[in-house]
Design a protein around this ligand. Structure first.
Ligand SMILES: Nc1ncnc2c1ncn2[C@@H]1O[C@H](COP(=O)(O)OP(=O)(O)OP(=O)(O)O)[C@@H](O)[C@H]1O
Ligand SMILES: [Mg+2]
Length: 259
């Protein structure tokens, strides 16, 4: 039966040895939806994303992408991964080749595209992220924010139907964050289905259709950003948001705080 969801996660568990990192995750992401995942360090956010494209093998449960069960043992993992773009905190560009080659090599190797076709797609996607003028530069000649935009363009050049972002701006100097978020905002506006692990609450409020708060391997609450970020129901969510929105206020709040 066709599902309206681009990503569907059912009863997902993941353990590393005795450490149960995901303890039963159920989550759907509709086609064109942007879901931001927030939560404390170690809560399992990266592991969740990595289970969606099978960089980690789930211990139990099912994951569907575009209606295909990717956790099916008979699935062609490479075919699945081609449909899912992933962007990490560390940009992972190939350092010894140019920006253009960073975009063309995976297209040629993985998709078997001809040189001219791959170069054309590379050009188009560098233009999309505003870096057409850096086509011949090497990664080390770019700022962190530019490198991350190249990494996004590289993922887009593969023509994914889903993009997964794992803290894409966490390694950047504050003044470089905005350009990367602008590219992600553009993708969202174009209707890309996105799962974004981020601590950028203003981005979540502005762009996310839904915010999911995770703690200790479970989804504690989820809903529209205005509700989860603006008016959280659970104390654990409130504590987390207090810590990241105002680190100075992270100490245990007294019952009668000064105004
Ligand atoms: N490959 C691995 N082998 C063993 N343990 C792992 C592995 N990957 C993650 N873990 C453990 O799983 C738990 C959750 O890690 P995960 O990286 O998913 O958390 P996170 O929410 O992304 O945290 P952060 O905000 O720090 O990135 C941690 O206790 C971590 O040590
Ligand atoms: Mg992580």
């Amino acid at each position: 039966m066709p599902t309206p969801y681009e990503i569907e996660i059912r009863g997902l568990h993941k353990s590393f040895g005795d450490n149960e990192v995901l303890r039963g995750i159920d989550l759907e992401v509709a086609t064109g939806e942007v879901v931001c995942v927030i939560g404390p360090s170690g809560s399992g956010k990266s592991t969740l994303l990595r289970c969606v494209n099978l960089l980690e093998e789930p211990t139990r449960g099912q994951v569907f992408v575009g209606g295909t069960e990717v956790t099916d043992l008979d699935v062609d993992i490479d075919a699945v991964r081609r449909r899912i773009g992933m962007v990490f905190q560390q940009f992972n560009l190939f350092p010894h080749v140019t920006v253009t080659e960073n975009l063309t090599l995976p297209q040629r190797r993985v998709l078997g595209r001809a040189k001219g076709h791959a170069a054309k797609v590379a050009r188009e996607n560098l233009e999309r992220v505003g870096l057409a003028d850096k086509a011949d530069a090497y990664p080390a000649q770019l700022s962190g924010g530019q490198q991350q935009r190249v990494a996004i363009a590289r993922a887009l050049a593969m023509g994914p139907e889903v993009m997964l972002f794992d803290e894409p701006t966490s390694a950047l100097d504050p003044e470089l964050v905005g350009d990367v978020l602008a590219v992600m905002r553009m993708l969202a506006a174009e209707g890309m289905t996105m799962m974004v692990v981020t601590h950028e609450m203003s981005f979540a409020r502005e762009v996310a259709d839904r915010v999911v708060f995770m703690d200790e391997g479970r989804i504690v609450e989820q809903g529209p950003a205005a509700q989860v970020v603006g008016d959280p129901r659970h104390e654990r969510t409130r504590n987390f948001l207090t810590r990241i929105l105002d680190p100075a206020a992270a100490d245990p709040p007294g019952p009668e705080e000064a105004p």
